[in-house]
Write a protein that binds this ligand. Sequence first.
Ligand code: SAH
Length: 240
Amino acid sequence: MTAKIRLYVDQPLSGGQAVALTRDQAHYLFGVMRLTVGGAVLLFNGRDGEWRADVAEAGKRGGVLVCAEQTRPLQLPPDLWLLFAPIKKARTDFIVEKATEMGAARILPVQTAFTNSERIRQDRLQAHAVEAAEQCGGTYVPEVGDLQKLDRVLSDWPEDRHLMFCDEAEAGAARALASATRGPWAILIGPEGGFSEAERARLAAMPQAHVVSLGPRILRADTAAVAALTLWQMQLGDWG
Ligand code: SAH
């Protein structure tokens, strides 16, 4: 039987390995999806690739799966971080989901001068990343960071990490990336209010920064995140 259900588990996966299910996972597999003993699912944990596992025990509050064979090796995304200023809840969820699908390795919410929201639910956002990875066939789940001040993040910025600074005030097209080199990168997307002049000046002065325009229209931050990830993946990522 072919396994269609993909589930993220936080346990080691290898041939013959038994995986104990949490109550929620058991409810999902046996209550919602009606799986029974002998049925198969696909498991991944972000480290050991994807495994087909068969149901050995199915209960209301728990169950056991046993790993049969590896169906995909671990595929790591490029070394790309997405920094974005959180916006409204549904749009922030969207950004995390899309960044996971598009192949970001880390997702870092940052608080900028004009950031509307001062708090995020990191655990909820991380759960969105897990769900997106389950759905898109990924074998890796990006870590979602806690909200940090952009100033602080830039103060500790790694010397060798390029920064694609998306700024709607930048005229012209995305040629800034045409001559860019591969390596560790990050994308920075601002909030609805855009960047302050002080932030712009600071970013422009960073040797790692590449100021990039995403075209002549002002995009909403969630659209801008997807557009920037697309552009970066085509030029410098794992699409080619
Ligand atoms: N301050 C703007 C809106 C900001 S849009 C205003 O006039 O209302 C939110 C973020 O999306 C921006 O900070 C920027 O990072 C990105 N963005 C949107 N449109 C863009 C474009 N055409 N080029 C580059 N970045 C863009």
